[in-house]
Unconditional design. Structure first.
Length: 94
């Protein structure tokens, strides 16, 4: 993995290595830099055998449902970064 830190707006650019999990790569950067939260403005690239998690249910208390896809696929998205009650990074991607 490679990443850079650009001032003055505290912008981090992350490039995950082949086979590296995207969410785990982002979590690692958050932990190493002490980032308290943030916005993922753009996410683009290719993934292999991705897992998509969507809510199911009546909307009051949706349950997560995993869909596993096969093959290499292009992705594009955005999201946010937050810390849970114990200070661990939580990555939410769309």
């Amino acid at each position: 993995m490679e990443y850079g830190h650009y001032h003055p707006k505290q912008c981090h650019v992350i490039r995950a290595d082949d086979g590296e999990e995207i969410i785990e790569a982002v979590k690692k950067v958050v932990e190493e830099t002490g980032m308290p939260g943030g916005v993922i403005v753009s996410l683009a690239g290719a993934v292999e055998d991705p897992v998509i998690i969507n809510p199911a249910g009546d909307g009051k208390k949706p349950e997560p449902v995993e869909t596993r896809l096969k093959g290499i696929m292009e992705i594009v998205g955005n999201g946010n970064i937050a810390l849970d009650d114990e200070g661990r990074p939580v990555i939410h991607l769309h």
